[in-house]
Structures are given as structure tokens and as C-alpha cells.
Design a protein around this ligand. Sequence first.
Ligand SMILES: N[C@@H](CCC(=O)N[C@@H](CS)C(=O)NCC(=O)O)C(=O)O
Length: 204
Amino acid sequence: MLTLFHAPQSRSSAIVTLLDEMGITDKVEIRHVNILRMDGSGGVDPANPHPEGKTPALLHDGHLITERGAIMLHLTTLFPEAGLAPAVGSPLWGAYLTWLSWYQGVLEPVLVIGALGLDHPGIPRTFRGHAEAAARISSALQKGPWLLGENFSAADLLVHSPYAWFQDVTPDDPLIRDWVARCMARPARLRVLAADATAMAKAA
Ligand SMILES: N[C@@H](CCC(=O)N[C@@H](CS)C(=O)NCC(=O)O)C(=O)O
């Protein structure tokens, strides 16, 4: 039994998009929960099992999985036939794991630190900077339309996501901009955007 706790127009939208991309929306129950929004609206929802009241959270037979990278890895491993990740244990799967982990451990912190305008020599010493991150993405995209080459994967879904939300921080590199545009135009994303907008309008 799989249950996804989702707040429309939040980071959990990427997981709902993944379910759609994988064709497994009938295998995961989606429960809408409230979250505390950046503008101060909303609030922590007692129905949400996430220990910090955040979304996404996935419950699998009573076991809690949080962090989009981990949830994506879990779902793509549970449903390999959906084709959103390379074969488990293959060399390309190692590259896939790298993108998911690098996103959580490096790219998102770098972007948040940049958005907050924080500056300390320890920050680039630890994470490097956005220029280095962009160079890494660009280098991958020189080899194919997607981060892993010929096939779209959950790694593209996760790594492009901050650039879809905050398009002005997208690096000024045609390879990256075209890739973000390709990711944003995918029918699954457009369906989830529309469903989220409807849910937000109903809640208002
Ligand atoms: N590192 C987590 C971040 C989750 C997160 O920050 N979610 C936001 C929604 S965009 C949230 O739930 N915020 C509510 C809060 O901060 O209380 C992930 O990638 O899954």
C-alpha cells in the first residue's frame, strides 16, 4: 500500500508528475495535505506524517520515505517496467543515483543559499557554486537530450524542477534552457500543473 502526501503547487508536485510519467497513478493513493507556505499562509497538517510537516512524504506499508530523490528512487525501483530509470545495478543506474543525490546534497542548497543572498567562504568551499553546478548539467547535456543521454528519467524531472519554478535563475546556456523547456513541456507536467491549479482554486 503506497500513499503520497501531496500539497498542490509544492515540491510534491514533482512526485505526482513522476506517478503520471510512470503510468502508476492507480497504484499510489494521493492524499492532499496542508503545508505552511512561504507567504505565511497554510499551516502544519496533523494528517501529514512527514516529521517536519513538509511535502512530499510517501508511506509504504507503514514505512515513511521523505526527500524527493529518495521517493523517486524508491518508486522507480519498485516499478522498473515504467522505464523512468536505468536498470538497477547497471553503470547508468550509478549515474542516475548520482544525479538524484547531487540534486539533494548540492544543487538545491546552492540555489537556496543564492536566493537568500548568503555569502561565506565556507559555502563555495563546501558546495562549489551555481556556475560549477551549471557546468556539470551542461556537460551531461552535450551527450544527449536528457541527463542520462537518450532517455528521459526521474533525474531530469528532479534536477530541472527549481529552474521551472524560478525561471530567472536558469543558467544562460542554450543546452540547459532547451532542456528545461523540454522538461516543462511534457504532457505529464502540464496535467499536474492544471490539476494543482484546480485544487488551489477550490481551496481558496
Ligand atoms: N528536501 C525536501 C524539501 C521538502 C520541502 O521543503 N517541502 C516544502 C514544500 S515546497 C514544504 O513542505 N514546506 C512546508 C514547511 O516548510 O513547513 C524534499 O526535497 O523533499
